[in-house]
Design a protein around this ligand. Structure first.
Ligand SMILES: CC(C)(COP(=O)(O)OP(=O)(O)OC[C@H]1O[C@@H](n2cnc3c(N)ncnc32)[C@H](O)[C@@H]1OP(=O)(O)O)[C@@H](O)C(=O)NCCC(=O)NCCS
Length: 155
């Protein structure tokens, strides 16, 4: 499914034709974007499993080029968690991140149990918190806790 959106935040004379594509991007695209901004990309096998079990994925394309992505894990009832929001450095500051978050929130509004309020969560580094605050996200007193658990497979 495709939905056309314009690159309204581009401050340059906009030559781009940004388009959201839903549930399309694959492990190669994920790894390409991850490697453009961070070290230590997870293995292709892990990424493939993660994408297969995400409830929603959205990416922004400039023509055939993927320039940003986000995905959501959740249960359609109580829990929605936005993960892996990445905009390629060449395209940051042009409204791509906004397109991704607004698309994620639209998905939740249209798929959650009607009439209920649903907590949408994500994890943000301190310098990215002002970006998420623009959409209404706010920190609370809860702290992120993490354990790296070694998977051993079925015996
Ligand atoms: C964070 C990130 C997703 C933002 O995407 P982006 O496309 O650059 O953001 P946008 O251009 O859509 O910005 C939307 C708004 O947020 C603001 N904004 C973006 N990044 C910001 C930041 N770090 N601090 C404060 N404001 C920010 C923009 O100024 C813009 O404001 P406006 O709508 O009032 O003009 C992008 O910088 C990125 O991918 N960074 C590397 C990966 C990363 O850290 N991801 C987040 C993991 S927590």
């Amino acid at each position: 499914m495709h939905s056309q959106r314009s690159c309204t935040d581009c401050t340059l004379s906009c030559r781009h034709n940004m388009e959201i594509r839903e549930n399309k991007f694959d492990a190669d695209a994920f790894m390409l974007l991850w490697n453009a901004v961070w070290d230590g990309c997870p293995s292709r096998e892990q990424v493939t499993a993660a994408l297969a079990h995400s409830i929603y994925r959205a990416a922004v394309y400039d023509g055939d080029r993927i320039v940003g992505m986000a995905r959501m894990i959740g249960d359609f009832g109580l829990c929605y968690y936005i993960k892996d929001v990445i905009v390629h450095p060449d395209y940051q500051g042009r409204g791509v991140g906004r397109m991704l978050i607004e698309t994620m929130l639209t998905f939740i509004r249209t798929h959650g149990v009607p009439g209920t309020d649903i907590a949408v969560e994500l994890c943000a580094m301190p310098d990215k918190m002002p970006f998420y605050a623009k959409f209404g996200f706010a920190a609370n007193e809860a702290q992120r806790m993490r354990l790296m658990c070694r998977a051993e497979g079925m015996t």
